[in-house]
Design a binder for this molecule. Structure first.
Ligand code: ZN
Length: 139
């Protein structure tokens, strides 16, 4: 944390939204939200993780999106998350900080296992957002 402030937004390569759900109680809500996102946004929808993965403490799927999508996708999720908790974080060279310090939450704030995330990566956008949706509706 010795790095000088202010940080430049150019250090952000892309964003993730993690959509959390309960495999029994709210997976249907997550499925409906996922379909609605796919119909409206050019994003990369990740796999379903009913089993806990990485730093996450609830089942989830990930939406990877480019910086240009932020101004429409994030407010759309604010209005349409339907009770689900959502973590939105930038992807910089420090994944631990991205999740623990620079994230924003919609709804419930969940625990994140920061010790499972690296403090330094060479590429802030390792996945390169490859959209796998074909939106036909506006946001
Ligand atoms: Zn993420």
């Amino acid at each position: 944390m010795s790095e000088a402030l202010p940080r430049q937004i150019a250090t952000i390569g892309s964003y993730h939204a993690h959509i959390y759900y309960d495999p029994v109680a709210t997976r249907d809500i997550a499925e409906r939200l996922r379909s609605r996102v796919a119909e409206r946004f050019e994003v990369q929808l990740g796999r379903w993780h009913d089993q806990l993965v990485g730093p996450h403490t609830r089942s989830m799927f990930q939406i990877a999106f480019r910086k240009a999508e932020f101004e429409t996708l994030v407010p759309w999720l604010m209005l349409n998350r339907d009770g689900l908790a959502i973590l939105i974080h930038p992807n910089t060279e420090n994944p631990r900080r991205d999740h623990l310090v620079h994230a924003l939450w919609l709804g419930e704030i969940l625990e994140i296992h920061g010790d499972r995330l690296p403090e330094q990566v060479n590429d802030p956008d390792p996945d390169r957002v490859v959209a796998n949706t074909r939106p036909t509706l506006g946001p």
